[in-house]
Design a protein around this ligand. Structure first.
Ligand SMILES: *Cc1c(COP(=O)(O)O)cnc(C)c1O
Length: 433
């Protein structure tokens, strides 16, 4: 590979051991880097925007642990808050003051989340939000969008994006037909398909990532989220926004604030845990008081509201002021403009799609409007370009179906290095083509 000065002997050694004991050598599929045709890099440590692998190679990291690390790696204030919490005990199985602080902080940012319940993962949070939506409506059928990912719960593993899209698994063995029989899947940005589904099924909920980022970033077309709100109201379904990625990232109040469309329930994760395992679901007091022990809908968790995770999440949120969001938006814009220029300079046809704090480089001239169009991108070219970036010290999401996660730790020096690497990797691609 031209431009490669890196060795990965230690990573290769660890991978050889890992595949003997961990399926595919990893604990979550996309980390294996199969979609870009290489073996995974094992991480030694990270700080700010930098990540070091076990062979001593340094990368500008753009996955930010897939979203939680909006302040970059090992932020001193987040670490101090976690250490302080840990010094008082790691888990109690009893309530703590910080959980109340966190719920209040979230409610100030997202007014539709009057009450919330914490869980340990986004998967659990969407599973629980669905249970609540079904209990509240007395219906069972769910509407989801092709290419949308809401975690790995059985009922929603139908045309899910992310690792599944990457792996080309339309659904998964082990998921009974009865589990997905209650799930209707329609194309994203297709208002007619939504209206038809609402007319034909008694829907409990319409589930959407308001800024879908698990088929690459495919924002809603003008008016589409309003249409979802309208259809949900018209057919008596709840509108559930999965803001696990967009929440606290695209702005103070997430996508619902930016787009001015208010869901009935919101699923949160990633940033809310500040890099530790925490997620949540929330909504109006009337709906959330259905949850046990206030109400009759059962849901629980041994480590839910874990003190370390709450400390990390609360500190992460408190650091996210207006200045931080303005800076993250500016960083995203700089990257987007630079990546477009770099591709144009090498005559590689791409579309760079973004919202503040998220972007995807699609290897396709026109930005995809739905999952089918995202699937039609040149995935081979994307893979080769990513390998070129890694060889030049930039760590991109190793799949066309994922978004880049710029963070507040990305300074001009990191962006410059990234754009130089991107230009060189594009040039290498067009020279090889
Ligand atoms: C990551 C993600 C989830 C699942 O969260 P986990 O913590 O990985 O279970 C759910 N929804 C969206 C939109 C996500 O990006």
């Amino acid at each position: 590979m031209a431009g490669t000065s890196l060795t990965d002997a230690r990573s290769a050694e660890l991978y050889a051991r890992a595949v003997q004991r961990l399926p595919g050598g990893v604990n979550s599929p996309v980390r294996a880097m199969r979609a870009i045709g290489r073996d995974p890099l094992f991480v030694e440590r990270a700080e700010g925007a930098w990540l070091w692998d076990v062979d001593g190679n340094r990368y500008v990291d753009f996955i930010s642990s897939w979203g939680p690390l909006i302040h970059g790696h090992a932020h001193p204030e987040v670490l101090a808050a976690v250490a302080d919490a840990a010094s008082r005990g790691t888990t109690f199985g009893a309530p703590t003051a910080a959980e109340v602080d966190l719920a209040e902080e979230v409610a100030r940012r997202i007014p539709s989340v009057e009450m919330l319940r914490m869980t340990s993962s986004g998967t659990e949070a969407s599973m629980s939000a669905i249970r609540l939506a079904r209990a509240a409506t007395g219906r069972t059928t769910l509407l989801k969008f092709a290419g949308a990912y809401h975690g790995h719960l059985d009922g929603l593993l139908a045309e899910a994006g992310s690792g599944l899209a990457t792996q080309g698994i339309p659904s998964s063995p082990g998921v009974p037909e009865s589990a997905t029989a209650q799930t209707v899947v329609v194309p994203w940005n297709d208002g007619e398909a939504v209206a038809k589904a609402c007319a034909e099924h008694e829907l409990a909920a319409i589930l959407a990532e308001p800024y879908p980022a698990n088929m690459g970033l495919v924002p809603p077309v003008e008016g589409f989220l309003e249409l979802l709100r309208h259809q949900a109201d018209a057919c008596g379904a709840l509108l559930v926004f999965d803001e696990v990625i967009s929440g606290f990232r695209v702005g103070r109040g997430g996508a619902q604030e930016r787009e001015g469309v208010t869901p009935d329930l919101t699923v949160m994760g990633k940033v809310i845990g500040g890099g530790l395992p925490a997620a949540a679901y929330g909504g109006s007091r009337a709906l959330m008081e259905r949850i046990a022990p206030a109400g009759d809908v059962y849901q629980a968790g041994t480590l839910s509201g874990n003190p370390l995770a709450v400390a990390a999440g609360l500190t992460t949120l408190r650091l996210l002021d207006d200045e931080a969001y303005a800076r993250l938006a500016a960083t995203t814009d700089t990257l987007v403009a630079g990546l477009r220029d770099a591709a144009a300079g090498a005559r590689v046809p791409v579309s760079v799609v973004s919202v503040p704090g998220l972007l995807t480089v699609f290897f396709r001239e026109e930005a995809p409007r739905d999952y089918a169009e995202a699937q039609a991108c040149d995935h081979e070219a994307y893979a080769a370009w990513c390998r070129g970036l890694l060889a030049r010290g930039v760590y991109p999401p190793p799949s066309q179906y994922e978004a880049w996660f710029p963070s507040l730790a990305h300074e001009p020096e990191h962006l410059e290095l990234t754009l130089d690497a991107a230009a060189a990797a594009f040039a290498e691609l067009s020279a090889g083509a």
